[in-house]
Write a new protein. Structure first.
Ligand SMILES: [Zn+2]
Length: 379
């Protein structure tokens, strides 16, 4: 179980941050599973899950159960972890650029397309190996211009050749849910069962260049480019990636983290990364997958004190009052502004603050009918 330190580009005199990765199993063994936590640095449940996973993976390795390769990065954003304002963590956007730490990853399909297409032939496995090699080469020649770019490059260097990628996040207050691309749902359905996901949000492409979608999008985008060029060369989905939202920011405790780590270990057994005597039994799905384009983000039309009438995990119908926004200074009867559901489905996440400004987000409902277009992720 080597522990490896990866230095990031120094942004300033006397300052250099380091990313730490743990490597289990034999490099090159398949499947390779890459797991990282807390890319949004104030989202800490995944970091605690990583702590529990380390114990279990080390025990599995000592017992000779590692069949594939597992790379674990427990704290994927040392830059954001060090950012604080007014005594509060501020790890979602980089201070220097205001960029979201989980956007603006390079378009890997565009980076290798011209070189890859003429080299892909009739052998699907050889095609997968070729694309991985080209992406690895492109990443190694990429000269990052900033500390933030060097973080993105290092995370992609560790993950680009993985068969499966789990990016562990959380929402503000939420039930356990996950995001993935349509092309990755089949491999992750067992994970959603094991974790007990109460919402699954699938998209063809969310937009904005998030970490997970650059890794999985590479494959279906190259496959589409092959078809557009009239090529019959087979190119399977060489990497399936998902963003797992481990409930809310305050849901950091050993009970949840232990359960989630065990579910991930069972998933590793299910996919053959860990040997096991009896395959884990998969519980039934706790929800139906819904399109990310059908997820309604609730906004308030008035400022005030936010009082929820529904909580994450509740099913709501169209017209249900999800929350009241109360202005105790208003004259007459204008004191209570109701925020109602416009789609039916599970209220899967809400904000944590209890004061909201006009137009502010207050929560998200997983509706079954697509209605949104364009970039589907929030800020
Ligand atoms: Zn996040």
């Amino acid at each position: 179980m080597p522990r490896t330190e990866y230095p990031l580009l120094s942004p300033s005199l006397g300052s250099q941050k380091t990313l730490v990765g743990f490597h289990y199993g034999t490099p090159g063994a398949r499947p390779k599973v890459y797991i990282q936590a807390s890319l949004h640095a104030e989202e800490l449940p995944g970091m605690l899950v990583a702590h529990h996973l380390r114990e279990q993976l080390q025990a599995a390795e000592q017992a000779g159960r590692l069949r594939g390769e597992v790379v674990l990065v427990p704290a994927a954003n040392p830059i954001g972890l060090a950012q604080r304002v007014n005594h509060k963590a501020a790890g979602r956007f980089e201070f220097d650029t205001a960029q979201n730490f989980n956007r603006h990853y390079p378009d890997l399909a565009a980076a290798v397309r011209d070189e890859a297409l003429p080299r892909l032939g009739a052998d699907a496995a050889a095609n997968v190996a070729t694309v991985r090699e080209l992406v690895g080469r492109w990443l190694r020649q990429w000269q990052p211009a900033s500390e933030l770019e060097s973080l993105r490059r290092q995370l992609l260097l560790l993950s680009h050749d993985a068969d499966l990628v789990l990016d562990l996040h959380c929402d503000m207050e939420a039930v356990l849910h996950l995001y993935s691309e349509d092309s990755c749902w089949a491999p992750f359905e067992p994970l959603a069962r094991l974790l007990g996901c109460q919402a699954v949000l699938l998209a063809h492409e969310s937009g904005g260049g998030p970490f997970d979608e650059r890794l999985s999008g590479l494959w279906w985008q190259l496959a589409a480019a092959l078809r557009a060029a009239g090529s019959q060369a087979p190119l399977p989905q060489g990497c399936a990636s998902t963003t797992v939202e481990l409930r809310g920011e305050a849901d950091v405790g050993h009970a949840h983290a232990g359960d989630d780590a065990r579910a991930i270990v069972q998933f590793l057994e299910h996919v053959g990364a860990l040997a096991c005597t009896t395959p884990p039994s998969l519980p039934p799905m706790a929800c139906e997958p819904t399109p990310l384009s059908g997820s309604q983000t609730l906004h308030t039309g008035a400022p005030g004190v936010l009082v929820f009438l529904a909580r994450p995990g509740d099913r709501v119908a169209v017209g249900d009052v999800v929350a009241e926004v109360i202005d105790p200074t208003a004259a007459g009867h204008a004191r209570v502004h109701e925020v109602r559901a416009e789609v039916a489905g599970v209220l899967y996440a809400t904000v944590r603050e209890r004061y909201v400004v006009t137009g502010g987000e207050i929560g998200k409902i997983a509706g079954a009918m697509p209605f949104r277009t364009g970039d589907l992720l929030g800020a």
